[in-house]
Ligand binder design. Structure first.
Ligand SMILES: [Zn+2]
Length: 275
């Protein structure tokens, strides 16, 4: 009973933070939509594609599979990354960066599976190359894998050729292990530059940053991470967490606490889709 009261209180808190979260990111518009049930986009949009895997999940027509595309998607060159997703209803996106790491990623995947929730993993090529089985599992379970460079460098200190290599090698290993080339890119440290936007677009990737940083990389404590997510929760919010790069046990534990509470508060936790 005490727990129920707590949840109700938290529900109200989360519901009340919508305006704050929206104000913090006002003016940032994206063409991204969550694939929630309230989605108004036609089922067979221009971004239809074939499922590369034959798992049960992939065969569900959740993302509007259609005939294979004749030509690669053309991607707009942006001047700044997307910070949130748009879409009807209380849609939120969870993202996990720098992995996969066999010490933490499987537990995160387990929790997502327990609640039947899809998330995004911005992987580093060198981590993906060592943990291809985890990328295959992400594909089988419907998660979206994005490109987070090969070795997590500060792109602003690299030449264009080096940035291209960081991106391309990672696209290749993702395609090999996950079954599809990535459609999303995220710059390490959130340090974007023109070359990153241009080369990302050339490789067919949209730049996605985040709305709420859990600061989990500072290992601030599980409760802190949970609070960051719940206080930042609002429609369209993209949450940044990490499943590698250090001790991520707090991130793992925090997800187990905030995910059911977000769902309980009526949030549809999902992955964006390109429009
Ligand atoms: Zn990172």
């Amino acid at each position: 009973m005490k727990r129920d009261q707590l949840l109700t209180r938290r529900r109200l808190l989360i519901a009340g933070t919508g305006a704050v979260g929206a104000a913090a990111t006002a003016g940032v518009l994206t063409p991204v939509t969550g694939d929630g049930p309230a989605e108004s986009a036609p089922a067979a949009g221009p971004q239809t594609r074939r499922p590369p895997h034959s798992s049960a999940y992939r065969l569900q027509p959740l993302t509007g599979y259609g005939p294979p595309q004749a030509a690669p998607r053309r991607t707009l060159v942006r001047r700044e990354p997307l910070l949130r997703v748009s879409g009807r209803g209380r849609t939120m996106v969870l993202t996990f960066d720098d992995g996969p790491d066999p010490r933490y990623t499987p537990a995160i995947l387990d929790t997502l599976a327990e609640y039947d929730v899809r998330a995004m993993f911005f992987v580093c090529g060198e981590m993906a190359a060592d943990n291809k089985v985890l990328l295959a599992r992400m594909a089988d379970e419907g998660h979206v894998v994005g490109n987070h460079t090969w070795s997590h460098p500060l792109l602003t200190r690299l030449t264009r050729r080096q940035i291209r290599s960081q991106m391309e090698r990672t696209c290749d290993v993702i395609e090999e292990a996950y079954g599809e080339r990535p459609e999303w890119f995220r710059a390490p440290f959130g340090a974007w530059n023109r070359a990153a936007f241009q080369l990302g677009a050339e490789l067919g990737m949209e730049p996605l940053a985040w709305t709420v940083d859990t600061l989990d990389w500072t290992t601030p404590g599980t409760r802190f991470i949970v609070d960051r997510v719940e206080n930042g929760a609002a429609p369209g919010v993209v949450v940044l967490s990490h499943d590698a790069g250090g001790d991520r046990s707090q991130s793992v534990r925090a997800l187990r606490r905030y995910l059911p509470e977000l769902l309980d508060s009526g949030y549809h936790v999902t992955v964006p889709r390109r429009v």
